[in-house]
Design a protein around this ligand. Structure first.
Ligand code: ATP
Ligand code: MG
Length: 429
């Protein structure tokens, strides 16, 4: 992409309305633009990141055996009357009437919807286990939308729903999602600690929130300091060890019963990026979703649901990856891999070299943002630092004279002088 042809409305000044760094940087970089309280436009740069986060969620769900569908944003109220949640949900639910005066709603979540799909098509335990997921916009009329996309009213969620014959099966499905979540967040360069969370009416420990520690987080959490020794960046985190350590959200933390000695117990703030939940027959029973078991008897299907805040993650990743100059994207979610910065492009030879390198990068399938404008060098560098593309390649008069370009790593500030061919080889990998 050429900057001269792109739409990237970078702001010169810090916007006054942003209270936290991710919100400020997302506005500064022109990633998002507010449409109404808690409702955002995703502009090109932001949308590229959102798509990458979404794709990682999708790949890890599929790796774990979940199957993608797409349920609508608008649902009939009748399902929610069946489950008993229509009245209970309160003012967070946006209720709508269509032209025939039928009660509809903008879905805040999709349990009822997915149970309706299930009950119409699945009749036998032989079709289980089943896990259906989708990635879809939700609406919750939050009382205090704030911090940009972190607490929006309209937000993108990945939500998966598991169906099993019995508790043992449901527990396996839950653990399967637990592991998938660890992989998902690791791929985004995040350390998300699974914490014991509010569980449903069934009780037990079958609910975890995945929390990223951050001073700007809205949750208060307690955890064993031993978590700080776990290496979340490795391929397979030791799940046994992880679940043997204590971590809980404030609502579930009981100082009387806490197994961690006070000197090892830490209190901090966290951003909830995911929530997994076993709820048994809470929806299958009132909505009549049964399967016939091996003995021919009809049983209510056992369920769990598993959410990830896809749009919230974009903010959360920035909270975890920035410095005083701007965002420092992990490569896996960066809007572009390479920022190609052309200097003195009014000079024929410079222009030729930069244009040539750009074409070669495109041909090699490298995602590159090429600053081909006639802005001052200082302002080009500042913008690229701000938007945080992992690799910068600088082409200028010196490059042309010496046959080298400068390759710079945004995260470490390290820079190398390499031939254009060597740079291409390195970045194509
Ligand atoms: P919270 O306590 O933050 O309101 P929740 O318990 O209501 O979250 P869930 O219903 O479990 O959230 O939704 C799954 C995920 O969706 C959450 O873990 C979070 O990452 C994300 N999410 C929930 N509400 C919002 C929101 N208003 N804006 C952005 N993301 C959200
Ligand atoms: Mg909520």
């Amino acid at each position: 992409m050429r900057v001269s042809r792109y739409f990237m409305p970078v702001l010169r000044e810090d916007p006054a309305e942003a209270e936290i760094v991710s919100h400020r940087l997302m506005l500064r970089c022109g990633m998002i633009q507010q449409a109404a309280a808690g409702i955002y436009n995703w502009l090109p740069l932001g949308f590229r990141v959102l798509r990458k986060v979404e794709q990682i969620c999708r790949e890890e769900m599929e790796r774990a055996g979940a199957i993608e569908i797409l349920m609508p944003t608008i649902q009939p109220a009748s399902w929610w009357k069946e489950s008993g949640r229509y009245e209970a949900y309160g003012k967070e639910m946006l209720r709508i009437r269509d032209r025939h005066d039928r009660e509809m709603l903008y879905g805040p979540t999709n349990e009822e919807n997915v149970v309706d799909i299930f009950r119409r098509h699945v009749k036998s335990y032989r079709q289980l286990p089943l896990n259906l997921f989708h990635i879809q916009w939700k609406f919750r009329d939050e009382i205090r939308p704030r911090f940009g996309v972190m607490r929006g009213r309209e937000f993108l969620m990945k939500d998966a729903y598991s169906f099993d014959l019995d508790y043992e099966g449901a527990k396996r499905s839950y653990e399967n999602m637990f592991v998938a979540y660890l992989r998902t967040f690791r791929r985004m360069g995040l350390v998300a600690i699974p914490m014991i969370a509010e569980s449903g009416p069934i009780g037990g420990n079958m609910s975890h929130e995945f929390q990223i520690l951050a001073s700007t987080g809205e949750s208060v959490v307690y955890y064993d300091a031993a978590f700080e020794e776990i290496d979340f960046s490795v391929d397979e985190v030791d799940v046994g060890r992880l679940t043997s350590l204590y971590a809980a959200v404030e609502e579930r933390h009981d100082p009387e019963k806490c197994p961690v000695p006070p000197e090892r117990l830490k209190k901090a703030r966290g951003i909830e990026v995911g929530h997994i939940f076993y709820f048994g027959t809470k929806y299958s029973r009132p909505m009549g979703a049964t399967v016939s078991g091996p003995d021919g008897r009809e049983v209510y299907v056992e369920m769990g649901s598993y959410g990830i805040g896809v749009s919230r993650l974009v903010g959360a990743i920035i909270e975890a990856h920035h410095d005083e100059k701007g965002i420092v994207w992990p490569e896996s979610v960066a809007p572009f891999k390479v920022a190609l910065i052309g200097l003195r492009l009014d000079d024929e030879a410079c222009r030729k070299m930069a244009d040539g390198l750009y074409e070669k990068m495109l041909n090699a399938g490298i995602e590159v943002l090429y600053d081909d404008t006639d802005e001052r060098p200082g302002s080009k560098f500042t913008t690229m630092e701000l938007i945080g593309i992992p690799w910068q390649v600088v082409v200028g008069p010196r490059s042309v004279r010496q046959g080298v370009v400068e390759l710079k790593h945004r995260a470490t500030g390290e820079s190398f002088e390499l031939s254009p061919e060597a740079v291409l080889n390195r970045l194509a990998g």
